[in-house]
Design a protein around this ligand. Structure first.
Ligand code: G6P
Length: 372
């Protein structure tokens, strides 16, 4: 009913709008007054966490994209090697797991069969499993050694939005906590990021306030057949998520590519007026990445692409090559997905509506896939 949707036409719109709160709620009570993380609920002792020599993340769909982003954070802040794998592929390839492997299973519903089977397999091999889950008391957390709940609240729309942002927050918390417990050389950076994370909900709010041009752009592209998405570093999984949303909702051909791979194939796809969404890393921090992606935008523009550029406020270098610029607030490099994903959700939702699709219940899809 309209009341359930809080005045929005679709649950998806309501859930997109709830993201600042979902993000804030997922941080609540997990950062102490001194700016350290207190994840006591993760019932794997600090001593055990110090022993871990590998992290393996398993998940499906949108949760898998959260896992891909987590890998960058975990390896950077903890120096522990981290693999990310689709849960449906994981156990069939005889993965190497033991007591020193921390397996992280990410699932909104906690009922996805592929993810459940992957975690069962991991535990049989002696690995410890930490679930990141949005549904209290669901099967995946019940069968795990520990759980860190995301506090997105119930997500009804089939395409995941607020659950994704909170999965990212939970992944950052785990990565930072591992770094904190293991006392890495990044201690100062970790403290700064914890501070930035506690302010990120306001940044998500600001993105939401500026989405009208994105909706307008989406409507103008409703007749297109294909949209490509490019990103690099953590922007690459964001590109994958943007493409997934468009497939799920708009039933359009959409692909996400690592921008550095452009020259190895995808650039052959570029033709006149093809919409290409590019997620641009911050010009501060790892500025090499920024410069490389600006040349990518230049390359595809020269071949006729219609460039839709998601870039940080104040990043003027992209302007000469962008047909459309979508501004996002400045964040530390690793946290950018929390703000960069939001315009892509809005874009897919509006495009789907413009094409007359049922946004909350896309054809052929289920909210939770409880069969293998
Ligand atoms: C289905 C849903 C996706 C979701 C995936 C994983 O495919 O349609 O939105 O990302 O399952 O679900 P989970 O509940 O495990 O996060």
């Amino acid at each position: 009913s309209a009341a359930e949707k809080g005045g929005y036409d679709y649950f998806m719109l309501k859930e997109i709008a709830e993201q600042p709160k979902a993000v804030a709620d997922t941080l609540l009570g997990r950062i102490d007054g001194a700016g350290s993380l207190t994840l006591d609920e993760v019932r794997i002792s600090a001593a055990e966490l110090r022993e871990m020599d590998k992290v393996v993340i398993v998940a499906c769909g949108t949760a898998f994209h959260a896992g891909l982003i987590a890998k960058y954070a975990i390896e950077h802040w903890t120096r522990i090697p981290c693999e990310v794998e689709l849960a449906s592929e994981f156990r069939y390839r005889d993965p190497i797991l033991d007591q020193q492997t921390l397996v992280i299973a990410i699932s909104q519903s906690g009922e996805t069969m592929d993810t459940l089977m992957a975690l069962r397999h991991a535990r049989e091999q002696g690995a410890k499993v930490l679930a990141i889950c949005n549904t209290n008391g669901s099967t995946i957390p019940r069968e795990s050694d520990a759980v860190l709940y995301t506090h997105a609240g119930p997500e009804v729309a089939v395409a995941s939005t607020k659950a994704f942002l909170t999965q990212l927050v939970a992944c950052y918390l785990v990565a930072l906590y591992l770094g904190q417990v293991r006392g890495t050389k990044w201690a100062d950076e970790i403290r700064d990021v914890i501070r930035d994370l506690s302010q990120i909900s306001g940044a998500v709010e600001r993105v939401l306030e500026t989405m009208e041009p994105v909706r307008e752009l989406a409507r103008s592209l409703a007749h297109k057949n294909t949209v490509l998405f490019l990103g690099r570093h953590v922007g690459y999984p964001v590109a994958l998520e943007g493409a997934l949303k468009l497939k799920e909702l708009a039933y359009m051909h959409a692909e996400g590519f690592a921008a550095g791979e452009l020259k190895h194939g995808p650039i052959a796809l570029i033709e006149e007026d093809l919409p290409v969404v590019v997620v641009v890393p911050s010009p501060r921090g790892r500025s090499v990445l920024h410069d490389k992606i600006v040349s990518n935008i230049q390359e595809i523009r020269a071949r006729g692409a219609r460039t839709i550029v998601i870039a940080e406020e104040g990043d003027e270098a992209v302007v000469p090559y962008a047909d459309h610029v979508v501004r996002i607030p400045a964040t530390p490099t690793l946290l950018q997905p929390l703000v960069a994903t939001v315009p892509l959700q809005v874009f897919a939702c509006e495009l789907a509506t413009a094409r007359g699709n049922e946004v909350d219940q896309p054809r052929n899809l289920a909210k939770s896939v409880t069969v293998e």
